[in-house]
Design a protein around this ligand. Structure first.
Ligand SMILES: [Zn+2]
Length: 351
């Protein structure tokens, strides 16, 4: 979809099969494959010809990566092969060395392949650094379909979160609390809504991880990656309470999550607090097949209750933009209501 609001581009994205086998013929040699150990084991045999070997990602700490750069083998191009981390580290290396980049996402879990910046950690905090436009993003149907179903389905979070983002941005506008650099823009909201509507119409295909579903979700995530830049690095139409709840859960539990689960939980929390479309969003998440029961993420309802109870202080300390979390009182009764709705949709956690 072309964004009428800017002259920016979405990344060239190619759908097909047997795409990894073509890399040796097209990548500038020797090429470096940036990936994870398990993925190299699975797909390493595809990367023949003159390559500089794999670079197996073991850190996403920006300072550690910077220090390691000189010892990474010399190469003429960079191939990112993975979910989020390998894709981001590939961006960082390509950016640092000014090399051509080819991205091959191995699942649909996040939209990292479609954004310019690498989400690295500095002192434990995420910072988006660099600027890398890939020659192409190769979406191989067989590679994606081989990833765990939940990993693929959970990628709907990156688009369904537009629902809460819009309610938050509208609220901030009504309260006179939008950041000065990001005044409310109905055109951005409408464009994002149109993208989200296509994902809502394709939930069954996304659940099935079939060709139509892969195209629908990846095209939506492609738009999402580009619009952040196209809108002048403005995230207000694509992210809000949904992601803030995830950040709070990560902060208060110290746990690592599959991105889409806590973000989808945050969508339901945000929609309930706004009293806007919570049942619709819960049904959509259920239909896509993303289990948002806390137990499915390895935490308990007490963890959710604690993170939500402190969410207001958390978003202020983190300096996040205005959302419903800034003004809502999250009571034990709210958490009971949330639990009731989620367990009505999925059933109580067994055991
Ligand atoms: Zn996200």
């Amino acid at each position: 979809m072309t964004d009428i609001l800017s002259t920016g581009h979405e990344f060239t994205t190619i759908y097909g099969r047997n795409l990894l086998a073509e890399i040796p013929a097209i990548a500038h040699r020797p090429y470096l494959v940036v990936t994870m150990p398990d993925l190299w084991e699975k797909f390493g045999h595809c990367f023949t010809g003159r390559h500089a070997g794999p670079y197996l990602v073991h850190t996403i700490d920006g300072d550690e990566l910077e220090a390691e750069l000189a010892s990474i083998p010399a190469c003429q191009s960079v191939i990112g092969l993975g979910g989020g981390q390998a894709i981001d580290v590939a961006k960082f290396i390509a950016w640092s060395r000014r090399l051509p980049l080819f991205q091959i996402p191995t699942s649909m879990s996040v939209n990292a392949a479609f954004g310019h910046r690498a989400g690295l950690r500095y002192g434990g905090h995420v910072r988006y650094v660099g600027f890398a436009v890939p020659e192409a993003v190769y979406v191989d149907f067989d590679v994606i379909a081989a990833a765990p179903p939940l990993l693929n389905r959970s990628g709907v979070c990156e688009v369904l979160c537009y629902h809460t983002a819009h309610a938050d941005w509208r609220l901030a506008h009504d309260r006179g609390r939008t950041p000065p650099k990001w005044p409310y823009d109905q055109r951005l909201v409408d464009a994002a809504r149109a993208v989200m509507d296509r994902v809502l119409a394709g939930l069954d295909d996304i659940h099935a991880v079939n060709e139509a579903g892969i195209r629908t979700l990846m095209n939506a995530n492609r738009w999402g990656g580009a619009t952040f830049h196209n809108a002048g690095w403005n995230p207000c139409h694509i992210e809000g309470t949904d992601h803030f709840v995830f950040y709070a859960l990560e902060y208060f539990t110290g746990r690592k999550f599959l991105h889409g689960q806590p973000v989808c939980l945050g969508i339901v929390v945000g929609a309930m607090l706004h009293d806007h479309g919570a049942d619709t969003m819960l049904a959509a998440i259920r239909r896509a097949g993303v289990d948002i029961r806390p137990e499915a993420m390895g935490i308990g309802w007490d963890d959710v209750a604690r993170a939500l109870a402190h969410a207001k202080d958390f978003v202020r300390e983190a300096g996040l933009w205005y959302s419903i979390l800034d003004e809502a009182e999250i009571t034990p009764a709210f958490v009971d209501d949330l639990r009731g709705r989620i367990e009505a949709a999925w059933g109580p956690w067994p055991g």
